[in-house]
Design a protein around this ligand. Structure first.
Ligand code: SAH
Ligand code: SF4
Ligand code: F3S
Length: 449
């Protein structure tokens, strides 16, 4: 593959990690590496890991293990493991023992130091391990990111989490909340819009606590106001909003700024108050539904999506029925559904009453069925309507362009011309699951769903 060195990044986990892989790519490119598609062609392979559930870890373990042979055949290959998995208690030691051929292990707060760690490794035989307890802005310049998701761009507004939901590992591996300054965020977003990006997604584990670590000197709704001062057309999204401090001021900012999409991802987790209390979520099912109602009263077309978990310790069939009922009442347009997975070091992992696998499996199947039925019903309501899509990509297999509407629904269409990065109008002719199929209808007016 020529004289240039090549990199391959393997990413697991949430958008935060996807965006951090863009930063890793930026660091590697600054060192003269180019991307390659296959592991066999790479001079460095970086795993950006996740540990939110056991299966996320198992995936990473399996794929790192599979490199043993390649490393034996090509000793100059560098293998680096970073991300949330490495930041857990004792994880670096476990990784070193299980995979002695790994060259570099770096924690979530050390991402910005990857370039130096590569240098350090080239000067010695032993593995280089660097895992800091706590970082500031994760030690990495934001503008180093090498973005590959045009016309969408992710922008971190804060790092870490203070909430300690009893099941969750994130506060342990990402540290305490650190908010970026609003001026820095607005500058970054303006730069992206200047370069033609059309959709910005603001990232944080709980965007509603943005600014709390600065004594409230800045807030999330005001950040939305500041970003939306731009005149041109673009879409603004954010993830994730925690229901415990979702309220009127944020609803106002969504309503007043036309660029903010009318879609709120508001993870509920469970519908039983007893389980919510054990989860340390700090709201009841009724409070959640009241907030959803408040949002819909202000913005009748606003859609809600959610994260829902089954099989939390001590969850009974009755508790689970409460979750099903809440899914119906909240009218989620779609939801991510998870089976509870005990994470070492969290409160819930030590609780009595862990739920057997068969029961979890049965519940997740019933939950998925209900969520899918709601999603399909909503999709069929699209047929015959005209919606606006931001074209993101072309699906080569289908031979169709694709993009999402304001509410995150994927629409496919045929076009002779390259449409990536354009807002187009689609007349929806067919709905299949969560996907919509339509034809370009530039002269028709959009309609609300
Ligand atoms: N900060 C976000 C969630 C980030 S993690 C929030 O509070 O809404 C994304 C989702 O993973 C969570 O909403 C939860 O549903 C799920 N999750 C987290 N820990 C989990 C665990 N131990 N087992 C199963 N699912 C989990
Ligand atoms: Fe985890 Fe709760 Fe923080 Fe979300 S708010 S990252 S679920 S601890
Ligand atoms: Fe994200 Fe997984 Fe870490 S969900 S914050 S990559 S544990």
């Amino acid at each position: 593959m020529g004289f240039r060195k090549h990199y391959k990044i393997v990413t697991y986990g949430c958008q935060m990690n996807v965006h951090e892989s863009e930063k890793i790519a930026g660091i590697l490119r600054a060192k003269g590496y180019e991307e390659c598609a296959n592991e066999e062609d790479a001079d460095i392979i970086v795993f950006n890991t996740c540990c939110i559930r056991e299966n996320a870890e198992n995936h990473a373990y399996g794929n790192i293990g599979a490199l043993k042979k390649l490393k034996r055949e090509k000793p100059s290959l560098l293998i680096a493991v970073g991300g949330c998995m490495t930041q857990q208690n004792g994880a670096a030691e476990r990784l070193k023992k299980k995979f002695p051929f790994v060259d570099i292990i770096f924690g979530t707060h050390n991402l910005g130091r990857l370039g130096e760690l590569i240098e350090k490794k080239s000067a010695r035989k032993k593995a280089v391990v660097e895992i800091a307890e706590e970082g500031r802005e994760d030690g990495c310049d934001e503008d180093i990111a090498f973005r590959t998701s045009y016309p969408n761009a992710w922008v971190n507004i804060m790092y870490g989490c203070n909430n300690f939901c009893s099941y969750c590992i994130v506060p342990y591996v990402r540290g305490r909340e650190r908010s970026r300054r609003p001026e820095a965020i607005v500058k970054e977003v303006n730069g992206l819009l200047d370069r033609g990006y059309k959709e910005i997604t603001l990232l944080g584990q709980n965007v509603n606590s943005y600014g709390n670590d600065a004594g409230g000197a800045f807030t999330f709704p005001r950040l939305l106001d500041d970003i939306c001062k731009r005149e041109e057309k673009f879409r603004l999204r954010f993830m994730t909003s925690n229901p415990k401090d979702f309220g009127e001021e944020l609803i106002r900012a969504i309503a007043e700024n036309r660029q903010v999409c009318h879609l709120v991802h508001l993870p509920v987790q469970a519908g039983s108050d007893r389980i919510l209390r054990l989860m340390n979520r700090k709201y009841t099912a009724e409070e959640y539904l009241e907030k959803a109602a408040l949002l819909r009263r202000a913005l009748p077309d606003c859609q809600l999506t959610s994260d829902i978990m089954v099989g939390f310790p001590t969850e009974t069939e009755e508790d689970f029925q409460d979750t099903l009922r809440l899914v119906k009442e909240a009218r989620f347009s779609t939801a991510f559904t998870f089976v509870y997975s005990p994470r070492q070091g969290t409160k819930a992992a030590a609780m009595e009453g862990q739920i057997p696998e068969e029961v979890k499996k049965d519940r997740i199947m019933r939950l998925v069925e209900l969520v899918n039925a709601q999603t399909r019903a909503l999709s069929s309501g699209y047929v015959g309507k005209t919606v606006e899509i931001l074209c993101e990509d072309r699906d080569e297999k289908k031979g169709l362009y694709l993009g999402r509407d304001e509410y995150g629904r994927m629409g496919y269409f045929r076009s002779e011309k390259d449409r990536v990065g354009e807002f187009v109008r689609l007349k929806i002719e067919e709905a299949s699951g969560i996907s919509l199929y339509g034809r370009l209808a530039e002269d028709e007016r959009e309609e609300r769903i």
